[in-house]
Design a protein around this ligand. Structure first.
Ligand code: ASP
Length: 347
């Protein structure tokens, strides 16, 4: 949100001289909007609190975005952490990514039985020459870094949801990728996403936690962690661990993170695209909107069945969001407090 014309005029009515007033407003906008952290969905409220504990003491945006989303990884949540819904085979597989203000980035995908994938992603970034580790290799790396192997079991709520899902769904893993091109296989894939995506009350059931922050020094960082799409095909990886798709940070411009149907974010390199629009002068909200509208055009009538959302924070501490459908919200924490904002949307 920008310091708007009305705020400016209100200050003007205090009778402060023009030159001083301009200086005052500039100073206020810096002090008011830095540090700041924003995070997806209402789970972002508790995550922001942990991030704010770091930022308010002068800590780095990088530490803040790791600490923040760790809170959600520990909560009972349909879509983040080990308590989340499993894949079609009944296993929870996690994706996460993190990026700092110097283009350093790390991610893990298809990671099983490790409680804090975001911290493993950070170790990938800091301790290896690589950006991304997946599956068994990511787990081996986590263990070598001292992470603990958690039991291979579902949380009570995930177990219940999985059993429900199994009742309605034919358990037929598609083992030949070519078959996905057949009409039958395509509709099976659509069902995987539709079933958990839209609840009977019309709300969307996506809960990836994505967080971007600007610290007191003016540095940006971002993080993203998820179990991906519930009841997905085994081995499926979404946008969240893919740098440029689920998360992107360019410290000269801004930081962006996404939630929603990852496949459609990947195909437009979503978060990177939003950053590029901000580089061209668009506000965070305008930039998010341009990419959401592009996805809507690409998906045509299928846009009715998916949700895609972006949140963005620029170098000046201005923020915004845009979603394809109603129902998306995000949390914003500044020195003035922590609040939930309903996102503007397209259709
Ligand atoms: N973007 C995540 C994924 O596709 C899911 C979500 O945010 O709901 O893996």
């Amino acid at each position: 949100m920008r310091i708007n014309r009305r705020n400016f005029i209100n200050l003007g009515s205090l009778g402060i001289a023009g030159f001083t007033l301009q200086g005052f407003v500039n100073k206020q906008s810096v002090q008011g909007l830095k540090p700041i952290v924003i995070a997806t969905w209402d789970a972002g409220l508790s995550a922001n609190k942990a991030a704010w504990a770091v930022l308010s003491k002068g800590g780095s945006a990088l530490d803040a975005v790791e600490k923040g989303v760790m809170v959600t990884e520990d909560e009972i949540n349909c879509c983040v952490g080990l308590a989340a819904n499993p894949d079609r085979d009944g296993h929870v597989t996690l994706d996460a990514s993190i990026m700092d203000h110097e283009f350093n980035c790390g991610s893990v995908a298809f990671l099983e039985r490790i409680k804090h994938p975001i911290s493993v992603a950070r170790r990938v970034m800091e301790k290896t020459p690589h950006v991304m580790l997946v599956g068994e290799g990511a787990q081996q790396f986590a263990l070598s870094e001292g992470f603990t192997l958690e039991p291979d079991e579902l949380s009570e709520s995930a177990d219940k949801s999985y059993k429900e899902w199994l009742k309605k769904s034919t358990y037929q893993p598609i083992i030949n990728v070519e078959r996905q091109k057949s009409k039958k296989a395509t509709s099976q894939l659509d069902d995987i996403y539709k079933a958990p995506a839209k609840l009977s009350n019309g709300e969307w059931n996506h809960d990836t936690i994505g967080m971007v922050a600007l610290d007191a020094k003016g540095n940006l960082s971002g993080s993203c962690t998820t179990s991906g799409a519930g009841f997905k095909l085994r081995g499926r990886v979404g946008d969240s661990p893919i740098i440029g798709a689920g998360l992107y940070v360019d410290n000269e411009v801004g930081a962006v993170v996404s939630t929603g149907q990852g496949e459609d974010v990947i195909r437009v390199a979503g978060s990177s695209a939003v950053v590029e629009h901000m580089r061209q002068g668009k506000s965070p909200q305008e930039a998010c909107k341009l990419v959401v509208e592009k996805i809507r055009r690409i998906k045509k009538e299928k846009a009715a069945d998916i949700q895609v959302c972006f949140i963005a924070l620029n170098k000046n501490g201005e923020y915004g969001s845009y979603a394809l459908h109603t129902g998306f919200n995000y949390a914003v924490h500044t020195a003035e407090g922590n609040k939930l904002i309903e996102s503007p949307f397209s259709v």
